[in-house]
Design a protein around this ligand. Sequence first.
Ligand code: SAH
Length: 262
Amino acid sequence: MRGRVFLIGAGPGHKGLLTLRAIECLELAEVVLYDRLVSPEVLACIPETAERIDVGKSARHHRMEQTEIIQRLIQHAEAGRTVARLKGGDPFVFGRGSEEAQALAERGIPFEIVPGVSSAIAGPALAGIPLTHRGISTGFHVVTGHECLDSAGTPWPLLAASNLTLVILMGLGRLETIVEQLIRHGRSATTPAAVIQEATTPRQRVVAGTLSDIAERVRAAAIEPPALIVVGQVVAIRDQLGGLVEAVGTPQVTSRMGGDGW
Ligand code: SAH
């Protein structure tokens, strides 16, 4: 008999941001394949009875290839097991979850998508940055910074010309190039920008500035991945909200925001 697969969004890190459905599915799972982005706090929610497989790194600390991850998912499901595939944030936001779903569909393996709270939404919120705000931003773009050198990829000129909020995932290592692209294509160097490291976890850190100085501030603060970038006038609202925002689940993230950190 064929098993089934739950493609589960683990949320941005804090276990309070797991959905009830995610917890139900983890409780049903016999095997859990998880990513490097899944936080220790969330991993602690996996029942002891389930076998855990870290597909974020292999024995030699190289990441498992996507094809191998898919093969493993299929093998476990075809062996009749209930499989949970746990991914950071939402499984369909840059998580390659859709490729895994395609592979399962091709093999006729039943699966359920369990949406998760994306870091793109939760990260800015917990830093006191609303993605939309009446009179300031009527929407937002969420893009990968991974392709910033590839003109066929992310449309930087279009994003620079837009006055909507910009949320960039996977962009920390290319922050300088991204900033340069945005300014070159017309965004003002005085546009507020922030970088948020390990949002929603006790390790969360926030650095804010403008396009002209954000790269330097991030370097000085030694911000590490995973981190996301927010660009737009909404970042300035943090000055009004920042000091009063309480992070989720105060026992885990207790400090109030202020200055450049928590
Ligand atoms: N599916 C995920 C995104 C996967 S892409 C989601 O919906 O959140 C991986 C990128 O997401 C990282 O490079 C980083 O930019 C961002 N990211 C994920 N979790 C994060 C967190 N807790 N804090 C800050 N950025 C995070």
